[in-house]
Design a protein around this ligand. Sequence first.
Ligand code: FE
Length: 198
Amino acid sequence: MNLNERDIWYQLLEASRKTHLEALQLFCTFPDDLTELPVNPHRIDAAALFENETLVASHPLSAAFQTASPYAQWRETYKNTGIDINFLRQFGCFALIGDGGAFSCSHMRSFVVYMPAGLYYPRHHHPAEEAYLVLAGSAEFHCDGEPAKRLQAGDISHHKPNQAHATTTTDEAMIAYVVWKGDLKTAPVWTDAELLNS
Ligand code: FE
């Protein structure tokens, strides 16, 4: 990391610490055993969409994620899984803490998730327990066994281990701060993989 880049990651870390309060702190305490990780930047189409997204400016944490975007290892979790190319081009996620991020700790991962307007993120599940805090914009969250809910800035969606969940944006984008605890190693999979491939 060069100096400027290091500053950017530390500013993002501090912005996440200031946001990681109350319900999120109860879900998973903010780590006090952080170490630096080298980041191998990896860009995908969604990075440019995120960098041009005006909604990002409405929250200091989403703005800090945007500043870090050019240095980030954007994830390709769902590449070659049968999902259509339009989803792959628009869905954006990169880590701050944990694999692919700038910091590591023993008990949690954190990410930004970006969905532009009009995107459907199909049902998926993972053994990690998850909390989404909406930072900007809005989306509808569908969690198995619960009524669908429309969330906006400040709202949290909690996903139990292996509880399938899906997210839909309509008229505006959604930017979320996402925290994982529990099984941090197992990647998400599509719950209805056979439907995607048909
Ligand atoms: Fe999830």
